[in-house]
Design a protein. Structure first.
Length: 134
């Protein structure tokens, strides 16, 4: 569990760009990226394609967090369909992840919106980590 939490923390650093860190291509990041790719948390097999210095959107983060939650062997809490007034703007390839993040109570959106293309904030990322840990 500690090893998985360490990987989640490294993934979080990668996703949220807490600062202009230059560790992005050190071995720990390379290992974390490989682990994410091997666990279907990213479709990008190369670091260049992954673009580690880019911001992550909320819909992209949903995919990472759902895959990580599944890797812990956890099931969704509900099977409901979450309705968002901005769901037409959710990337079709990420819709299942957004729905699963809602069903797992990891990412729920607010005021009836998911805001899929907005960058994930540090506060949002930390809230999801706490929800996964609980």
């Amino acid at each position: 569990m500690i090893k998985k939490m360490k990987k989640l923390f490294l993934m979080l650093l990668t996703l949220c760009a807490f600062s202009q860190i230059t560790f992005a291509y050190e071995q720990e990041f390379i290992d974390a990226h490989a682990w994410m790719y091997n666990n279907a948390m990213t479709k990008y097999s190369s670091i260049a394609e992954f673009q580690p210095e880019s911001l992550v959107t909320r819909e992209q983060a949903a995919k990472f967090f759902v895959a990580f939650d599944r890797s812990l062997g956890r099931d969704a809490e509900t099977e409901m369909y979450c309705v968002y007034s901005d769901e037409a703007t959710i990337d079709a390839t990420l819709m299942n992840s957004v729905q699963s993040a809602c069903n797992r109570k990891l990412m729920l959106g607010s005021a009836g919106k998911f805001r899929p293309t907005e960058a994930l904030t540090k506060a949002q990322a930390l809230a999801v980590i706490i929800r996964i840990k609980l």
